[in-house]
Design a protein around this ligand. Structure first.
Ligand code: GLV
Ligand code: MN
Ligand code: MN
Length: 418
């Protein structure tokens, strides 16, 4: 049996076929996808992946925020779970999230076809709205799954284009009845593309992910005095566009002062009325601020708040803020990281330990069960971009590590009676 176990490996053609078929749902120019959470496109992606879950005779449950959990109910005890998301940003790639979900199905199918029965159930989750691009916060589905936000609060969140999350769930047919928080797994491991440049730069194939950096999202609204662009002297302006630009520059300078682990992004800016010859009335911009160190993240938030106060007075504008997301840095379970690292090595991969720059569902599952992640390289470190790419051999290597990590976890006592 031991040698059968060692020889188990995923079917690379089947994994790539599923990845490419899902990439045909709402493709965009440049080879990526637009499946913003709970849009028709997201529904079409869900329908396709659920059909594959049914083909594998998995038990499928859909909860009140639309998380889909498919379980292959073999063995006994709580399942070893994997999963990720299939929603994308507006200009998403083919692999972000999708890879983790479809590799999970590949793990199940590999066991089934080889007659290998794990000692615990295996579960694969598709978590709602991981991206947070349409409904903030990010990782919303997994946050609710672990009890970090109530269902009622989640259902009431409004999209950047207006509708309520609960109404969109009903509209696309994914408002389920399974309760939240959901059942606690034995353990959770998520496979994902790195989405950054480090593995490629270091010529390393596998990242054993040690944790996820902290994240702070807020929306800032600057209201000034709208006026004529030709007649209003510069000295008399209260121009929200100028203030928004100053805020972006301040964030860039703050990142430089705080060092490598500080990243800041102004990714969305809405100007009203957005016309060439009108000093704007109002600008709304988003701030995405992240650091691996919670103290530094708090310090950054503090300095940003001070700057907003100062510039509002100096420019005679009104500034209001709305918190969109706030998650502290997360440290993954060292036992799960060790298993990932040693399996990656056994399978003749180069491996290094690294934190994640991006947010992931695993950081939420880590609140309730031992969790960690596996990364594979992103070509040129590009993600949240249709050009996102990972070489097939890296995708396959990662999926094989996921397979053996999940099966090893099935047989590992992690110290609690699940
Ligand atoms: C989720 O993809 C994030 O923004 O990190
Ligand atoms: Mn992702
Ligand atoms: Mn993403």
């Amino acid at each position: 049996m031991a040698s059968d176990f060692d020889a188990l490996c995923i079917d690379s053609a089947r994994l790539m076929d599923r990845l490419m078929s899902l990439a045909e749902v709402s493709p965009i120019a440049g080879g990526g996808n637009c499946r913003l959470a709970l849009t028709d496109a997201d529904r079409d992606g869900r329908d396709l992946v659920v059909s594959w879950m049914r083909d594998l005779n998995m038990d499928i449950s859909i909860d009140a925020v639309g998380n889909i959990i498919a379980c292959w109910n073999v063995g006994s005890g709580a399942p070893v779970m994997t999963g990720s998301h299939i929603d994308t940003v507006r200009t998403g790639g083919k692999f972000d999230g999708n890879y983790g979900v479809l590799a999970g199905l590949e793990v199940v199918e590999t066991c089934q076809r080889n007659g290998y029965i794990p000692s615990r159930p295996l579960a694969v989750g598709i978590f709602t709205d991981e991206e947070g691009a349409r409904f903030a916060p990010d990782m919303l589905g997994s946050l609710v799954y672990v009890g970090g936000m109530t269902t009622e609060e989640a259902l009431d969140i409004t999209a950047i284009d207006g509708p309520r999350l609960g109404d969109e769930l009903v509209r696309i047919g994914y408002a389920g009845s399974a309760p939240c928080p959901g059942p606690v797994p034995h353990s959770f491991v998520e496979l994902h593309i790195e989405q950054g440049p480090l593995l490629e730069a270091n010529n390393v194939r596998i990242g054993a992910v040690t944790g996820v950096q902290g994240i702070s999202w807020q929306e800032v609204t600057v209201v000034g005095q709208s006026n004529h662009a030709g007649t209003t002297p510069m000295s008399l302006r209260h121009d929200p566009t100028y203030v928004a630009a100053e805020i972006a520059v301040f964030l860039r300078q703050l990142s430089a002062r705080f060092g490598d682990h500080q990243v800041c992004t102004v990714g969305k800016m809405d100007v009203f009325p957005n016309l060439i010859n009108v000093v704007a009335a109002r600008v709304t911009l988003t701030l995405d601020v992240r650091n691996t160190d919670e103290n530094l993240l708090q310090q950054a938030e503090h300095e940003i708040a001070e700057f907003l106060e100062k510039i509002a007075i100096a420019e005679g504008v009104t500034i209001t803020t709305k918190k969109l997301a706030r998650f502290e840095p997360v440290v993954f379970d060292p036992r799960v990281i060790d298993i990932i690292e040693s399996i990656a090595k056994q399978q003749s991969n180069t491996v290094e330990r690294m934190p994640s720059g991006a947010g992931h569902d695993a950081q939420m599952l880590a609140r309730v069960c031992p969790s960690a992640m596996i990364f594979v390289p992103s070509v040129n470190g590009i993600s949240h971009n249709p050009a996102e790419h990972t070489d097939t051999e890296d995708l396959v290597a990662g999926a094989n590590i996921l397979l053996h990590t999940m099966l090893t976890l099935c047989a590992t006592d992690l110290g609690r009676s699940r």
